[in-house]
Ligand binder design. Structure first.
Ligand SMILES: N[C@@H](CCC(=O)N[C@@H](CS)C(=O)NCC(=O)O)C(=O)O
Length: 286
């Protein structure tokens, strides 16, 4: 079998981790996504999505990290993908939830636009709006992960045994380290990540990813919770014109420790206030 991959890639890490833990023999082909090699004709010819990973097993070409994990687990009869119908349904449910709800907003709405130049939005305003929406949605999903899918007693996503949902989920959620997500805000998520990180091959498989995390550690990111603004910028008092009645409204803005800027006003309708404040605050999200 051949795996087209890059070691920092979020969706390659769970596959490589499962391969390493299960002792599966796979030849790896590096596709340098940091240099845009996923768009090269040689790769796009075999995977027009221009995304990683891709697994080749004889005449089978398989994309989608979740499908690859399931295929590999079935191929070796791994207990990490239970055969019991209901247990398996719960693993599938978890993987679909992570892949769609969580990863869409967290990966493509919050992390990647800040990490990959080609996924950054074309204007500062569009970038700020994307990140604000991605951050708010990600907070919602992380809260649900913490209190619903996990809870204070579960070791892993589907109970007390590790499954491929944990391989998948822990690698996707840990992407947050790159933008300095503080997982202490989500104690069950943190405990679960620590449990998965006890896998013998976790450190080795994630070495390149944590190298990337180190290399961007000096940068500031829109994150969860929102990073403190530099002292020179907090708190700031600005004056806004209310569009409807031209009354002047004093608005005290600070992003520190808040999800969104709040307005104190004597006369401006709430909808106008929040719109004004959001547009003023956007330049400070990035
Ligand atoms: N649904 C796909 C998503 C794959 C994906 O997002 N791959 C990223 C890994 S970082 C990628 O190749 N990104 C390159 C790009 O966006 O150009 C899967 O789960 O395999």
């Amino acid at each position: 079998m051949k795996l087209y991959m890059h070691p920092v890639a979020t969706t390659c890490r769970p596959v490589r981790l499962f391969i390493a833990e299960s002792g599966i023999s796979v030849e790896e082909r590096l596709v340098d996504i940091l240099a845009g090699a996923q768009f090269a004709k040689s790769y796009a010819d075999i995977n027009p999505n221009a995304l990683l990973p891709l697994l080749e097993d004889g005449d089978l070409r398989l994309t989608e990290s979740s499908a690859i994990l399931k295929y590999l687990a079935d191929k070796i009869g791994s207990p990490a993908y239970p055969r019991d119908l209901k247990e398996r349904a719960k693993v599938n449910e978890m993987m679909d939830w992570i892949n769609t709800n969580f990863y869409r907003d967290f990966g493509y709405g919050l992390c990647y636009p800040q990490l990959f130049p080609h996924l950054k939005r074309r204007s500062d305003e569009a970038q700020a709006a994307t990140l604000e929406f991605g951050r708010d949605q990600s907070k919602r999903w992380l809260g649900i992960l913490d209190s619903h899918w996990l809870n204070s007693t579960k070791h892993f996503l589907c109970g007390y045994q590790i499954t491929i949902a944990d391989y998948f989920g822990a690698c996707l959620v840990s992407l947050g380290h790159a933008i300095k997500v503080d997982f202490a805000t989500y104690p069950n998520v943190k405990r679960w990540l620590d449990n998965v990180a006890k896998l013998p091959n976790w450190a080795k498989v994630n070495e390149a990813f944590f190298g990337l995390v180190d290399s961007v550690s000096g940068q500031s990111f829109v994150s969860i919770p929102l990073a403190a603004a530099p002292a020179s910028q907090q708190p700031r008092v600005v004056r806004c014109d209310a569009p409807d009645d031209a009354r002047r409204t004093e608005v005290s803005l600070t992003l520190l420790g808040r999800d969104r800027p709040r307005a104190r006003s004597s006369g401006t309708p709430k909808s106008h206030r929040s719109r004004q404040c959001r547009s003023i605050a956007q330049d400070r999200f990035v």
